[in-house]
Ligand binder design. Structure first.
Ligand code: KG4
Ligand code: ZN
Length: 359
C-alpha cells in the first residue's frame, strides 16, 4: 500500500483510533497539527457492569461484547468524517479482545485505503499523561505537554505495573515491573475479598477517605528490596487473613472495612511512590509521568506530585487527566498520531495482535 507518509508531519491529520485490549470498547477521532490536538469525539463502551457479577473480566464474554459494540461506535464516531490514518491497539492485552479491534481496523484501513498504525497499549497510556487541557478551550482541546529526557513513566493499571525509562522519543527501557499481580489487579482482588464489587480501585479509594491507615496497618511489600520490582499478591493474602480474623473476632464492621481500605491504599501508594522516586533519582530523570487506571487514584496522584516536588531537584510530574487514566481510545489516537509522524505504518493485510507485546 502506498502511504503518503512523508507529508504527515506537516499537514493536519485526522486519526481514527480503536482500543479493545481488555473490557472497554473505545473509539476516538482526533485532529492534530503539530503539538495541538483536538478530539472530535472519544467514546468508551464499558463492560464493567457485565463483568461485575464474575468479580473480574471474563475474556470470552469481553470479546463477544466488543464484537457487538465496535461497529456502532465506529459509525457514531466517524459521523461524516473520513480519517487520514487508522490507529489500533495491537497489544499487550487479552488476545480475544485485541483481535476484534485489530480486525476492525484492518477492514477500515482496507476499505478507506488509509494507512494503519499499530499502537502499543502501554505507549498509549504514556501519551495520556502528557495530555493537557488548553486554557480557555473546551475539554476536548488538548495540548501535548513538553517532556524533558530522560523521563520516567509509572504505568499502573489492571494488567500492568511498570517503571519505564524514556531515553528519547520512542526509546523505552523497562526498569521495573510486578513479579505477580498488577497494582490495579490487587485493588480488584482486595475489593472482592471485602465485598466491594468490581472494579475495586474506585470503591477502595472512596472508602479509604473515611478510614485511618494506622488502625489496622498492612505490609508494604518489597519496600526495601533495593530494586524496582513490585509484588502485590502478598498484600492480597494479608487482607484475606485480616478479614477472616476480624470476622472471627466479630470486629469486621463497616468502619473497620474503611480502615482496611485506607491501609491497603496507603501500602500500595507508599511502595509505588518510593520506588518511582528512587528510580527518578538514580537515572537523574527530568520528568516523571503517571498513567493507567490506578493513576485515577487521588492519593497516588497527590503523593507522587508532592514527593517529586520535595526532591532536591524538584522533578516535574505529568499525570493523565482523570477521564484519560482508564482505558480509552483518545490515548491510542495520540500515540498513533506521533507514530505516523515517525512513519511507522503496518499493512492492513498482515497487521496482527500481539497479546504480550513489550515496548
Ligand atoms: O488502565 P485500565 O482501565 O485497564 C487496564 O489496562 O488494565 O485500568 C483498570 C484498573 C482496574 O484495576 C481498576 O480497579 C483500577 O484501574 N482503578 C483504580 C482507580 N480507578 C480505576 N485503582 C485505584 N484507584 C482508583 N481510583
Ligand atoms: Zn490500560
Amino acid at each position: 500500500m502506498n502511504h503518503p507518509a512523508k507529508q504527515f508531519n506537516r499537514k493536519q491529520l485526522t486519526v481514527l483510533a480503536i482500543e479493545s485490549s481488555c473490557d472497554e470498547t473505545a473509539v476516538a477521532l482526533l485532529r492534530g497539527k503539530g503539538d495541538v490536538l483536538s478530539f472530535l469525539s472519544s467514546s468508551v463502551a464499558s463492560q464493567a457492569k457485565i463483568h461485575r457479577r464474575y468479580g473480574g473480566v471474563v475474556p470470552e464474554i469481553a470479546a463477544r461484547n466488543h464484537i457487538a459494540a465496535i461497529i456502532p461506535l465506529v459509525k457514531k464516531t466517524l459521523a461524516h468524517n473520513v480519517p487520514d490514518i487508522i490507529a489500533v491497539t495491537a497489544g499487550p492485552g487479552l488476545i480475544t479482545s485485541l483481535l476484534v479491534g485489530v480486525h476492525t481496523a484492518r477492514a477500515l484501513s482496507y476499505i478507506y485505503k488509509k494507512p494503519l498504525v499499530r499502537v502499543n497499549h502501554i505507549e498509549g497510556h504514556m501519551y495520556s499523561s502528557r495530555l493537557q487541557p488548553t486554557r480557555g478551550a473546551s475539554n476536548f482541546k488538548l495540548q501535548i505537554s513538553t517532556m524533558q529526557f530522560p523521563a520516567l513513566a509509572l504505568i499502573v493499571s489492571g494488567g500492568h505495573t511498570e517503571l519505564i525509562l524514556i531515553k528519547n522519543h520512542g526509546n523505552y527501557k523497562k526498569i521495573g515491573a510486578t513479579l505477580d499481580d498488577a497494582a490495579g489487579e490487587a485493588f480488584d482482588k482486595a475489593a472482592k475479598i471485602m465485598d466491594l464489587g468490581y472494579p475495586g480501585g474506585p470503591a477502595i479509594a472512596h472508602r479509604a477517605t473515611y478510614g485511618d491507615p494506622l488502625i489496622s496497618p498492612l505490609p508494604m511489600p518489597m519496600l526495601g528490596s533495593g530494586d524496582y520490582s513490585f509484588s502485590f499478591s502478598g498484600l492480597k493474602t494479608a487482607i484475606l487473613y485480616r478479614v477472616r480474623d476480624l470476622k472471627e473476632q466479630g470486629r469486621y464492621t463497616d468502619e473497620m472495612r474503611d480502615h482496611l481500605c485506607a491501609a491497603f491504599q496507603h501500602s500500595v501508594v507508599t511502595v509505588l511512590v518510593k520506588k518511582t522516586c528512587s528510580a527518578a533519582e538514580r537515572y537523574k530523570v527530568k520528568t516523571v509521568l503517571l498513567a493507567g487506571g490506578v493513576a485515577a487514584n487521588l492519593a497516588l496522584r497527590q503523593k507522587l506530585a508532592e514527593t517529586m516536588l520535595r526532591q532536591p531537584r524538584s522533578i516535574p510530574v505529568r499525570i493523565a487527566p482523570l477521564p484519560y487514566c482508564t482505558d480509552n481510545a483518545a490515548m491510542i489516537a495520540v500515540a498513533g498520531y506521533f507514530r505516523a509522524q515517525r512513519n511507522k505504518f503496518s499493512s492492513p493485510l498482515s497487521c496482527d495482535a500481539d497479546p504480550a507485546w513489550e515496548l
